[in-house]
Structure formats: structure tokens, C-alpha cells
Design a protein around this ligand. Sequence first.
Ligand code: SAM
Ligand code: SF4
Length: 331
Amino acid sequence: MRPSEITQLLAGADDPGLFSAADALTRQNFGNEVFLRGVIEFSNHCEKNCRYCGLRRGNRRLSRYRLDVPDILACVGLARDLQLGTVVVQSGDDFAYTREDIGRIVTGAREIADVAVTLSLGDRPEADFAYWHALGANRYLLKVETFDEALYARCRPGLLLSDRLSRIEALKKAGYEVGSGLITDLPGMTPEILAKDLIRLSDLDLDMLAVGPFVPNPDTPYGDEASGSILTAFRAMAILRLLNPLANIPSTSALNALRDGAREQGLTVGANVVMPSLTPETVSGDYAIYPGKNAFRADAAARVAAVRRAIERVGLVPSTARGNSKRKHHG
Ligand code: SAM
Ligand code: SF4
């Protein structure tokens, strides 16, 4: 697809055609199955200061928490009991957890449950990636957020797009299934930037691709900016599906933060993955990336059950499989 075609689709030139083509391709490659990933948000401390994110170090209004390794592994036990095929171990960029601490989480998780282990720990040293992979970590999520250098530098002060991209390459080399993604409607993002971002993201030939709409958080410098458009996020997801037929594409919780039910609707426009939170309810409300994140304060089992029901409501089937990458570089 040419950038001008993508820009037109993002502007709504052919929504029925776009959405039905993306859905048909998803059904062709994944049937009616939706993969579930249980997310363990183990720390909301962050040394970075991304202007869009509530976990940024400059946010003094957030009550900070850290889970210890046994508590994190208890969440993995829950994932096993709930028959989830993947756990995603996520945090702010919190270097209080050493490479060995993360190693203990990976080893422990592999002992407890037959699950795929995804890490989402931010900008860790490249040397650590191989260490964790050798211990059994399977996947790593590192969103670029945008490929526009100036916008990236404005949104993530002091950080360089080139560093994020070289980490993505290092993760591929280390043997991970790699995921990345974008925030649509980031303040300053134009339709032309988003069109280029979708092309560059697809050019990376990754296993997992996430696009979520920007959700303003009042405790950040972007608190007064407009919410991202759900429709634009849906169009971006559908375009990504057309460009990446075999990639795992989640329907993000940011969609649901903007409109209850939008996340399951995303499963009908190209997405094939949902990522319910397994974070203990004592702290899950403090993983406040944006308002509405983890707003549903039931215990994790009830949350997963609700997600399974939501998947069924749109006529799809919650899978208990690991949902490994189908892209050909993984055989
Ligand atoms: N610290 C790690 C990192 O940045 O890669 C992982 C955790 S971070 C909270 C996970 C993702 O949250 C980011 O990649 C970003 O896309 C998303 N995020 C943060 N603030 C957001 C906002 N206001 N709206 C939508 N997504 C947001
Ligand atoms: Fe930290 Fe990630 Fe939030 Fe940036 S997006 S402030 S790195 S948690």
C-alpha cells in the first residue's frame, strides 16, 4: 500500500471495505480463536519521563509500588490456574530490579507453568536480552510509539528513536518473538506521520504489533490534550492487519479506557489478541498509565472471566493456546 492510500483509508475513504477485509484475513489465518495474554504489572516506578504516561518519574501524585519476586510468581500461578497460555511481565523502566531479579522471575515462571513468557520492561541494556532469553524468556514488547524523530524526541524527552530501534534489532538477534507498536493521535501526530508509521512498523517484520489510541492523563504534561479517536485506532489496526497478515495484533485496553466495549469491537477489525491484567487488585489501580486503566477492580479471575465473555459476545472463541508467532522466520 502506498502512503497516500493509507492516508485516505485513515481519513475514512472505505471503512466497510477496510474493516471487512481485515476481519476476513484475520479469520483466514486465526479462525475464530482469540489468544489471551495475562499481564502482570509488577512495578509502577519509572526512571523515564514520557510526556504522555502517568508512570513518568515527574508524576508526584502517583502512589508507587513494587511487587517482590514471590508475589509476581503467584500471579504466574494464577495464569496457570486460569489456563492462560502467555504471561506478560511488565513495568515502568524500573532498574531497582536487577538483571538477576528478572532472571529469577523468568526461571520461576517457566517452572510454575507451561506458559510463554513475554517481557515488557522498557529500555534495558541490550546485553540483558540474551541473558533472559537463555533462561527461557520467549518474547519482548517494546513499542516505538512513533517513528517520527522530532515527535519521538518531544514525547520522550532525552531519548532517541535510533536507540529504541537498535534495541528492537538486538531483541530479534537474541531470538525473541518481538513486538512493537504505536500510540495513535499522540499530540503532534498528523495523519501523514501515522501513515508513515504504519509502513515503517510493518517493514520491521515483527511478530506482534500493537496500536492503541492516546488517552490523556491529567497528571501529565499532555493532560489537556484531546483523546485519541477510537475510529482512527480501528483503521490503523485494520491497515496493519492487511500489511501483516500473520502478526499477532492485540486489541488494547486503551480502547476500553475510551469506550467500554471498544476492545472487543477491535477483535472484529483485525486484532486477534487480548491482554487482561493479572495484577493484584491491591495495586492494579496504581498502574495508572492513563485514567480508566485497570478501572475494573474485580479480582484477576473475575477480570479474565469478563474478558472471555466479551470475546464470546462478538462471536469469537477465547483460546487457551500460547499463540506463538506464525511468521515464517520462526519456522
Ligand atoms: N516502560 C515500558 C515501556 O515504555 O516500554 C513498558 C510500560 S509502558 C506503561 C507500556 C505502554 O504504555 C507504552 O509503550 C505506551 O505505548 C503506553 N502508554 C503510555 N501512556 C499512554 C497513554 N497516555 N495513552 C496510550 N498509551 C499509553
Ligand atoms: Fe516509563 Fe514506559 Fe511510561 Fe515512558 S511509557 S514513562 S518508559 S512506563
